[in-house]
Design a protein around this ligand. Structure first.
Ligand code: SF4
Ligand code: FES
Length: 241
């Protein structure tokens, strides 16, 4: 067992003008998750602490937050990943670029509005085959990693471009657009193009790779954004011919 000091950003919209840090000393094992430490605080020290969680296994995307300045899932971050010795401090903040509703809970409306704008579903008006729309393994592999997105918003919080330009479509949104553009069964390129090929669409990405580093699902987001840009350029060249 070891003791760590979690310094957590607190904000209660009903009484606070601005956020402050509150410290909680918690007894943990190095192999506990940061989510376990937060749950201990919530259960035994301060029931008013606000944070989201659901699956506790890296699947639902609810508990993305900043842990020692990095955007991560609390349920996939072990204590020993962020604190090596007894008494060490761990800083916990809400995701950035989103309004804070309370403590570590942010309003993700802008994230989901952008996500919806790229029509994240299969578009294909061709007659439905008798059995299924066949896809080869190679065709499926073209976008495989992007199907793992859990919509946690960690990549949005990590994105330096969104910090300067909140209207940028953002990393997960473009990666999810790519997920369908690269799907051999999808025919929705033209429908998604006006959202992707505009000044705040794919173009503001400057290849910082912060989204790729932050993604808890190992999605090659920056690579997928660049592939989307190439698809749009290739489409434009075909139009000219
Ligand atoms: S791309 Fe990765 S970091 Fe971004 S929302 Fe999806 S899972 Fe989270
Ligand atoms: S609680 Fe579901 S991803 Fe962490």
């Amino acid at each position: 067992m070891m003791k760590i000091l979690l310094k957590i950003q607190r904000f209660n919209p009903e009484k606070d003008e601005e956020s402050t840090y509150q410290g909680y000393t918690v007894e943990v094992e190095p192999t506990d998750r940061i989510l376990d430490a937060l749950m201990k605080i919530k259960r035994f020290q301060d029931g008013s602490l606000g944070f989201r969680k659901s699956c506790a296994h890296g699947v639902c995307g609810s508990d993305a937050m900043r842990i020692n300045g990095k955007d991560r899932l609390a349920c996939k971050t072990l204590v020993k990943d962020v604190a090596e010795s007894d008494g060490e401090e761990v800083l916990i903040d809400p995701l950035t670029h989103f309004p804070v509703l309370r403590d570590l809970i942010v309003d993700q409306t802008s994230f989901f509005d952008k996500y919806r704008s790229i029509k994240p579903f299969l578009i294909n008006d061709l007659p439905v085959p008798e059995k299924e729309r066949i896809q080869s393994q190679t065709e499926r592999m073209a976008f495989d990693d992007t199907t793992n997105c859990i919509l946690c918003s960690a990549c949005f919080s990590a994105c330096p471009v969104l910090k300067e330009n909140p209207d940028f479509l953002g990393p997960a949104t473009i990666a999810q657009a790519f997920r369908f553009l690269a799907d051999s069964r999808d025919k929705g390129f033209e429908e998604r193009l006006p959202v992707l090929d505009q000044p705040n669409g794919v173009w503001p990405c400057q290849n910082h790779f912060e989204c790729t580093r932050a993604c808890p699902r190992g999605i090659k987001i920056t690579k997928r954004i660049n592939e989307t840009k190439r698809m749009i350029n290739a489409h434009g060249e075909n139009e000219v011919k």
